[in-house]
Design a protein around this ligand. Sequence first.
Ligand SMILES: Cc1cc2nc3c(=O)[nH]c(=O)nc-3n(C[C@H](O)[C@H](O)[C@H](O)COP(=O)(O)OP(=O)(O)OC[C@H]3O[C@@H](n4cnc5c(N)ncnc54)[C@H](O)[C@@H]3O)c2cc1C
Length: 494
Amino acid sequence: MPPGQGSLGAEADLAVVGAGAAGLYAALCGARVGARVALISATPLAQTASYWAQGGLAAAVGPDDSVELHLADTERAGRGAVRRSAAQTLVAEAPARLADLQSLGVRFDGDRVGKLELGLEGGHSVRRVVHAGGSATGRRMLRQLSALVVAQPRIAVLEGGGARVSALWMVDGHCAGVCLQDGRLVRAQAVILATGGDAALWSRTTNPPGSFGAGMLLARAAGAALADLELVQFHPTAVTGVPGREGFLITEAIRGEGATLRDSNGERFVDELAGRDEVARAIQVRMDQTASESVTLDMREIDPARFPNVFTALREAGVDPSRELVSVAPAAHYAIGGVLVDLYGRSTVPGLYAVGETSCTGLHGANRLASNSLSECFVFADRAAADALGGAAATVSAEAGQGHAALGAEIAAPSRQTRAAMWEHAGIARTREGLRQLLDCPDRIAALTARFALERKETRGVHQRLDFPATDPALEHRHLVIRDDDEPAWETWN
Ligand SMILES: Cc1cc2nc3c(=O)[nH]c(=O)nc-3n(C[C@H](O)[C@H](O)[C@H](O)COP(=O)(O)OP(=O)(O)OC[C@H]3O[C@@H](n4cnc5c(N)ncnc54)[C@H](O)[C@@H]3O)c2cc1C
């Protein structure tokens, strides 16, 4: 049944699309202030990026830490492109969101005297990353949050294949609900997209297959602006050459505890705790120099009890990291760009919000500081839910029978060819010739990513142009945004 023409499925104050960290928390925040929430998720929990998160959540709570230090690290990692107001919001509010998660029953790991145990990751100048169950952070958080969602009578959960959102429902230019693939229409006074990122558009990825930019497509079809699509972070250490574990991420926190990277001659070649962009690039260069498909990670000195799910997953696949080196190579990991939003998660379309990885707040600049993304999910989900329920959005009534489905490109997983082409032409090192080959790609987000990447004629953070190897000072704090005229244009954010 075409979207928007089916039976009226439900009515809510707030419709939240996606049940990862950002969506679950937004739904809980909405219900907590008395709203009726419809939470819609196309996939089971284990297929969210959030469930797979290992390292943890960054918040300035250590005795040697401060919000100023967290801000400085975020800005240094972001390579001259961080939107300061967004980063300030994140660092200021992350400790309160962490406390809230604890009060909701998420149990983070503590030391012997019960204080939060803090991990160190690349780019952080102090220990700042809280985790749960060692490297099972995402799994632990999502289990607790989803249990709370299920027990919350004001949240109606719609999940499974039929609950895939295929279009946004528009009334007089205002987003007033969502159309589901099975024909149902969920009307709401505001919609929060929390559909995750698009790193699964690349063939080598750490992400679940559903992370192909659905939220960006939905928002764009409704006329929302998208920003920074060329900025995609590559994680340095994804497992390779191990059947059944291709792309499995080995958390940076393991390098924080002393694991080292070695080339095919057994030599170290990079500061393992440098920023992700630097480490990923150094690995790629060393692989090219040594004509290898991978480098190795030496975890033999690491206590397996600290990172149980990493050691278990590798041992189940026949590799024992306590005895042998593990082959790793970079993989597409995190969408820095996405639906352009302000500090309350508002997109450029009234009534439409975006939070978590599907959004672009600008806080990551051109290179995300490790573990800032989970914090971003919680900080901005809380803000968006409050704004959506308290602001002008709530005064708009979405009458049954009015409105239309905002239809754009089909919301479909990319083909194998598209994913291979993205890896080849929009991977760690890009050129004009390669990117131009993606312009006719049938996947709209893939083609747009190439258009954005062609416009950024410099190397900055995660975006490396072999034909423009220098950073252009004129592009400091400049971001590419596509609005109504369908042409990416430069804007300055501070
Ligand atoms: C392996 C891995 C490890 C990571 N480790 C860390 C870490 O340690 N610390 C950190 O800060 N970040 C980490 N990240 C990044 C972080 O996990 C993600 O950025 C974050 O979890 C994204 O959360 P989200 O809620 O925005 O999206 P997701 O968790 O991806 O959830 C997306 C949801 O949207 C739903 N959805 C998508 N399309 C539709 C549709 N059309 N209709 C209905 N539902 C839809 C999906 O079913 C899913 O429920 C990691 C990422 C990966 C992949």
